[in-house]
Design a protein around this ligand. Structure first.
Ligand code: AMP
Length: 289
C-alpha cells in the first residue's frame, strides 16, 4: 500500500503545487517567520506567519503525518487539501499553497485576523447577532456555498465553528474536512455535527447538495437566537426533534428571518429554497448594504 508520503507526492504532482502567485516554486518552512499560535487543530498547531520576501501575513497549519496515519484520516486530509486548493471565492478561506517534509504537511492559508465566528457569536450582546449582521453573514455563507455547489463540492459541515472572520469583518468558510466532491452519484455517509444534521442524513438516506441548504437554515437560527433550533440534552432527543421539525421561534426573531428559515428547514430536500433564492430573499436584501 502507498505510504502517506507517496500519496501526498502524488497529489502534489496532480495539483502541481501551483500557488497564489501562479508559480510552481517549492516553498519550505524557511520562507516564513513563525508568529504566535492561533489555535490547535486535530493534527497540529496553527500559527500566524509572515512570508519573508513579501512580508505577507498568512496562517500556517502544520499537520503531523504520523498523527494523520495513526487516526486513519489520510483520505480526509488529502481530500481537504485537494478541494480547498481549487476553491477561490472571497468568502472561502484560501489555501494559498502547501508543502511537506518527512514529518509534516504545511498548509499555507489566508490569515483570518478576526478568528472564529463562534467566538464573535458568544461575545455578542445576549449571545446573538443583530438582524443586520445575521442577514449580511447569511448572504456571504449562501454565496460561498453556492460557489462550492457550482464546483460540485458539498461542504456537509457548515456551523459557526467552521467559519472564520477576516480583518474586514467578512466571513471565510473553512474546514473542508468533511466536504466531498459531489459527482452525479449521491452519498450515504453520515457526518457533520449533531445539531446541524439534516433529516435525510439521520435516516441514512441518499442525499445531495441540499444538505447544505438545511445547515444554512440552522445557522441563521443560531445567529439570531444564540443556539441551534433542535438543541436537546441527548442525541436521540435531538434526532427526534429534527425528524419532527420540533422547533419554536422566540418572539424577537423577525418575521422576514422566520420566513427564510422556514423555507430552508424543510423535511423534503427538494422543497428547500435554492441558494439564489436565499441571496435574493427580501429579508436578506433589506439588510445587505
Ligand atoms: P483548525 O485545525 O482548522 O480547526 O484550526 C484550529 C484553530 O486555529 C481554529 O479554530 C482557529 O481559531 C485557528 N485558525 C485556523 N486557521 C486560521 C486562519 N486561517 N486564520 C486565523 N485563525 C485560524
Amino acid at each position: 500500500m502507498a505510504t502517506l508520503l507517496d500519496q501526498v507526492t502524488e497529489l502534489e504532482n496532480k495539483i502541481k503545487n501551483h500557488d497564489a502567485y501562479g508559480t510552481s516554486y517549492k516553498w519550505s518552512p524557511r520562507d516564513f517567520e513563525l508568529g504566535k499560535a492561533l489555535g490547535q487543530g486535530k493534527f497540529g498547531h496553527v500559527h500566524v506567519a509572515r512570508e519573508k520576501k513579501t512580508q505577507f501575513l498568512v496562517a500556517i497549519k502544520a499537520l503531523f503525518k504520523s498523527q494523520i496515519v495513526g487516526s486513519k484520516c489520510e483520505r480526509q486530509v488529502l481530500r481537504e487539501i485537494e478541494i480547498q486548493s481549487h476553491l477561490k471565492h472571497p468568502n472561502i478561506l484560501r489555501l494559498l499553497t502547501w508543502f511537506h517534509d518527512e514529518r509534516r504537511i504545511y498548509l499555507v492559508l489566508e490569515f483570518a485576523a478576526g478568528g472564529e465566528l463562534y467566538k464573535h457569536l458568544t461575545n455578542a450582546p445576549c449571545g446573538r447577532f443583530p438582524e443586520r449582521t445575521a442577514a449580511r453573514y447569511i448572504y456571504q455563507v449562501a454565496d460561498a456555498v453556492d460557489y462550492c455547489h457550482q464546483h460540485h463540492v458539498i461542504h456537509r459541515d457548515i456551523k459557526p465553528e467552521n467559519i472564520l472572520v477576516s480583518s474586514d469583518g467578512d466571513l471565510k468558510l473553512a474546514d473542508f474536512g468533511w466536504s466531498v466532491h459531489a459527482p452525479s452519484e449521491r452519498r450515504k455517509t453520515m457526518c457533520g455535527t449533531l445539531d446541524y444534521l439534516p433529516p435525510e442524513m439521520i435516516k441514512r438516506e441518499v442525499y445531495d447538495v441540499s444538505v447544505d441548504h438545511w445547515c444554512i437554515g440552522v445557522l441563521l437560527y443560531e445567529f439570531l437566537v444564540g443556539k441551534p433550533p433542535f438543541e436537546s440534552e441527548g442525541q436521540s432527543s435531538t434526532y427526534t426533534r429534527i425528524l419532527t421539525l420540533d422547533m419554536t421561534y422566540p418572539k424577537y426573531v423577525p418575521e422576514g428571518a422566520k420566513d427564510l428559515i422556514s423555507k430552508l428547514l424543510r423535511q423534503s430536500s427538494k422543497e428547500r429554497l435554492p441558494l439564489e433564492g436565499v441571496k435574493n430573499h427580501f429579508w436578506v436584501q433589506k439588510f445587505r448594504n
